[in-house]
Design a protein around this ligand. Structure first.
Ligand SMILES: CC(C)[C@H](C(=O)O)[C@@H](O)C(=O)O
Ligand code: SF4
Length: 740
């Protein structure tokens, strides 16, 4: 009896780990690449004189740094990406694509867009496949019944060089949503409700399969919205079993198989589901009737309430940590307990991001405007923008006249990219500006320094734009405006795929070079002795460890000053704060002792680990860690020690005295030298061996090249529909407009 996850896993094992807790080598069928998490991976790859093993299994685009202002057809990176550091990243990607021969959807290509949007839209991701990308929201693509998850930059390099990854198997969780959703309740509300229920650490260590009548009744795009935010629930990936909805969505997509391959693929996909009596390590049941249009009030995706609710009182939370976190959130958000959510005035509205920028999202948003009629206008105090997830979505929306509806109402209609989801491009919130946003993260500073984010569905975003405050969309359009299954029908109306230009020939041939020292070579950990810095926070996400604006670098060094930047520097005055990392002796700390759980959750940015190391930290102690962060630390020789809450508190109190701590990995013990306290800890055997030895994973994997070749041969014979013939696809794409 196996789950869907077990089955996909089993089909991809190239070689088993030495024991149950050790990572296995698994084959990667599809690798998506973008400009933020790949430059350092290519840099190391080229300097080690390695090549990309399977460019044909890889697809790249630029999305995070890309402006969304009007883009001429003859667009060049040089002129369009004005910010020199952003431009350097996009240019590095272009050069790397040219050298590696990886298919690239660049700025002049209609297929360019947010990496997770284009992966599904083009039919690149198929059920049963393993798909990775140096980005945490790769989980979006689990909606296809593919095992899709985010990885760090070192792992990107590993996949480029070997087409495999060393992964430890996660636990199985199933979230079943049964019943019937109320009119106007969408997949975004469902996933916000789930995260509100299980918490942002609820899925840590798990792959979540979404099941139940509600999930079965959702369209593919709505399923993508749900799977997208699995990472906000702490899970490695989200999955939905493939069914007729999946198959009809994939039919005739440019990169999906055709002919016999299509038939073989469909037969296999239909067999992929969890066995009836398969066992899950955790089961969660949600009643559809309990879900209302949902909105966040705080700075964590778990801080949500129904739109009819009010800002909670921090004292209503059970644990002191939650109480403290809620107080901090409310201060940051400028909200007082008891304020009705519907009275909160917004300055900006953002419809976009990999959560909600697909055609169906734009149709849903536009439908609200249609119902309201031509008089409906964006409130004079609000700036609202719609950013399609890809050039294809944009063209489709324009063919349907949605842009006209948005523009007429006063929305700004933009070009594709990550846009205001992340402060990496010009679309940002100003300090204390409040935004109703269809994105997935409401972390402090996420949409711009001191910006305040409320996560909502596309329909709710339109309602907020029109009224100027957070609003229950059902009230302004009436129930009659919604059909059953508020996200949209399960079969999409035709989508247009136009002629596209392949343009890597315009790119320069030389590989980018950087002068960075061999920072990554220091990947070993044996012991450390030094000052520990106590941090009393729950859910320290990687945005907090290193804000997005520092991700533009193409090297791994120099990030130490930016660690916990928002807490260390007042972004308005530029003055250093009295945050503990700025104070002696903690400014020289080598160990970080966090009393909270879920340290390093959120984004897959390995830059956060480089920042810790560059600051001088080589060991973090906490109650638990985010999955991707855990792997990124292993790759960089940074030891993570997991200890119970009371022990973390004890060690943090000791660290606060400024006395030295000694951490010995061989002995697996923490010694507080001054007090004599000795705390044993346990690390996974493989992790320990690798850290002690300072292993180069890629070298080890390449030693198993014959096994990888044997797997590839087996895959060609057994699942030939997985082979991608990019030249065929190009012909099809160039053969005129494709419709279905
Ligand atoms: C830049 C990238 C590594 C990051 C992620 O992993 O999620 C980004 O997409 C984000 O949303 O924070
Ligand atoms: S979460 Fe935002 S920044 Fe990250 S990939 Fe999605 S759209 Fe881009």
């Amino acid at each position: 009896m196996s789950t869907l996850y077990d089955k996909i896993w089993q089909n991809h094992v190239v070689s088993e780990g030495q024991d149950a807790s050790a990572p296995s080598l698994i084959f990667v069928d599809r690798h998506l690449v973008h400009e933020v998490s790949s430059p350092q991976a290519f840099e190391s790859l080229w300097s080690a004189k390695r090549i990309v093993r399977r460019p044909d299994c890889t697809l790249a685009t630029a999305d995070h740094n890309v402006p969304t202002t009007p883009r001429a057809e003859s667009v060049t990176t040089e002129h369009y990406v004005r910010d020199p550091i952003s431009r350097a990243q996009v240019t590095a990607l272009e050069k790397n694509m040219r050298r590696s021969k990886i298919p690239y959807y660049g700025l002049g290509d209609e297929r360019q867009g947010i990496v997770h949007v284009i992966g599904g839209e083009q039919g690149f991701i198929l059920p049963g496949a393993v798909c990775v990308c140096g980005d945490s929201h790769t989980s979006t693509l689990g909606a296809f019944g593919a095992l899709a998850f985010g990885i760090g930059t070192s792992e990107v390099e590993h996949v480029l060089a070997t087409q495999t990854l060393r992964v430890r198997k996660s636990l199985n969780m199933r979230v079943t949503v049964d019943g019937e959703l109320g009119l106007g309740v969408t997949s975004k509300d469902v996933i916000l409700h789930i995260i509100g229920t299980i918490g942002t650490a609820g899925g840590t260590g798990f792959v979540i399969e979404y099941a139940g009548s509600v999930v079965r009744g959702l369209s593919m795009e709505a399923r993508m919205t749900m799977c997208n935010m699995s990472i906000e629930a702490g899970a490695r990936a989200g999955l939905v079993a493939p069914d007729d909805v999946t198959v009809s969505y994939l039919r005739n997509r440019p990169l999906a198989p055709d002919g016999n391959h299509w038939d073989q693929g469909v037969e296999f996909w239909r067999s992929l589901k969890t066995d009836e009596h398969a066992k899950f390590d955790r089961e969660v049941f949600i009643k559809a009737e309990d879900i209302l249009p949902t909105v966040t009030w705080g700075t964590s995706p778990q801080d949500s309430v129904p739109i009819s609710g009010s800002v909670p009182d921090p004292s209503s939370f059970k644990t002191p940590q939650r109480r403290e976190a809620a107080e901090k959130s409310l201060k940051y958000m400028g909200l007082t307990p008891g304020t009705p959510m519907e009275s909160i005035v917004v300055d900006k509205v953002f419809i976009g991001s990999c959560t909600n920028s697909r055609i169906e999202d734009l149709r849903n948003a536009a439908a609200i405007l249609t119902t309201l009629g031509p008089e409906a206008k964006v409130s004079p105090n609000v700036a609202a923008m719609v950013v399609p997830g890809s050039g294809v979505v944009k063209r489709q929306a324009e063919a349907e006249g949605l842009d006209v509806l948005f523009r007429r109402a006063g929305f700004d209609w933009r070009e594709a990219g990550c846009s205001m989801c992340i402060g990496l491009n010009p679309d940002q919130l100003g300090p204390e500006e409040r935004c109703a946003s269809t994105s997935n993260r409401n972390f402090e500073g996420r949409q711009g320094d001191k910006g305040r984010t409320h996560l909502v569905s596309p329909a709710m975003a339109v309602a907020a734009a029109v009224t100027g405050k957070l609003t229950d969309v059902r009230k302004i359009v009436g129930a009659a405006a919604f059909q059953k299954g508020s996200d949209g029908p399960q079969s999409l109306p035709p989508m247009l795929f136009g002629e596209t230009a392949i343009q890597p020939d315009e790119l320069s041939d030389e590989a980018p070079s950087s002068q960075e020292p061999l920072f990554r070579q220091i990947r070993q950990f044996v012991s450390v002795k030094g000052v520990g810095v106590p941090i009393h926070m729950e859910n320290v996400d990687t945005d907090k460890l290193l804000p997005a604006k520092f991700l533009k670098t193409i090297t791994r060094t120099g990030l130490g000053d930016s660690l916990f930047y928002r807490l260390r520097v007042d972004e308005v005055t530029g003055q250093k704060s009295d945050f503990i990392l700025n104070r002696e002796p903690f400014d020289k700390a080598k160990i970080l002792v966090c009393t909270g759980s879920n340290f390093g959750c959120g984004s897959s940015r390995e830059h956060a680990v480089w920042a810790l190391k560059d600051f001088g930290i080589s060991c973090v102690i906490a109650q638990s860690f985010g999955d991707i962060f855990f792997n990124n630390c292993n790759q960089n020789g940074l030891l993570l020690v997991t200890l119970p809450a009371d022990v973390c508190v004890q060690l943090a109190d000791y660290a606060a005295t400024g006395a030295e701590i000694d951490i010995d990995l061989e002995k697996e013990q923490v010694t507080c030298m001054k007090s004599g306290l000795v705390v044993p800890f346990h690390t996974n055997g493989t992790t320990r061996r690798r850290l002690l030895r300072g292993t180069d994973d890629i070298e080890d994997t390449l030693a198993e090249a014959d096994k990888i070749s044997a797997y590839e041969k087996m895959r060609r014979e057994r699942w030939s529909w997985l082979e991608l013939d990019i030249t065929r696809t190009r012909r099809r794409a160039a053969g005129g407009s494709l419709e279905w």
